[in-house]
Write a new protein. Structure first.
Length: 233
């Protein structure tokens, strides 16, 4: 049985795509190269991939659209965007879709491999953790299943949503320091990761809106606080 890491690589630049695939294969990965978004989604549906590396500007279907479709099929698979775009709004768009990382061109192939390895260490490590169930007001939150349940309504959280909510629950009714959360979940507390965390905080607030007892508040200059009347592990 081939237990090597399988990577979906979508890049419309033929020369760059071939170089990346060869480099990844030389590093021991299995990499399937697709030249456009349509081919990428068809490949994703046919095979089980451990991580997706997607160019943003592709014919037929761009990387953002492809990532949204992949996210709809699997909320957990890690996604890295490759792009020549450096505008803040473009990068934030990638994080809103649920990107795990964002690499702007030009970049070194060694850097890409290091980022892939860092993401896989985090995601594979989490799968072995024991389940922790939190009671948040009228919600039940299962960290292993990544489920948020209230009544007969279930919300499947993305990996990042799950990590952030678990961190907030472990600091319920206390200040969760912004820098600590960034370094714990995103590894780096740079500007783009900080903006990404703000996006996920907004998503969590929407998920929790059905219980008015619960609130995630900003503590200016420090971080966030999950206000809940009933939190237990």
């Amino acid at each position: 049985m081939d237990d090597r890491v399988k990577i979906l690589l979508c890049e419309d630049d033929e020369n760059l795509g071939m170089l990346l695939r060869e480099y990844l294969q030389a590093k021991g990965y299995v990499a399937e190269l697709c030249a456009d978004g349509d081919a990428g989604f068809k490949a994703y549906l046919k095979n089980k991939f451990d991580i997706c590396v997607l160019d943003v500007m592709m014919p037929k279907k761009d990387g953002y659209t492809l990532a949204s479709e992949i996210r709809a099929a699997n909320a957990d698979v890690p996604i890295i965007f490759l792009t020549a775009k450096t505008m803040k709004d473009d990068i934030l768009e990638g994080f809103k879709i649920g990107a795990d990382d964002y690499i702007t061109k030009p970049f070194s192939m060694e850097e890409l491999v290091l980022r892939i390895e860092a993401i896989l260490r985090r995601t594979k490590g989490k799968k072995t953790k024991e389940s922790t169930v939190y009671r948040i007001g009228n919600f039940t939150f299962d960290t292993q299943k990544q489920l948020l349940v209230i009544g007969d309504q279930q919300t499947k959280l993305t990996t990042k949503e799950n990590e952030l909510l678990a961190l907030l629950c472990s600091h319920a009714n206390e200040i969760l320091q912004r820098d600590f959360a960034l370094k714990t979940i995103w590894i780096d507390d740079n500007y783009f990761n900080a903006r990404s965390m703000d996006v996920y905080i907004t998503k969590l607030r929407k998920h929790l809106k059905d219980d008015p007892q619960i609130e995630i508040i900003n503590i200016h200059g420090k971080g966030y606080k999950l206000i809940t009347p009933d939190q237990e592990a």
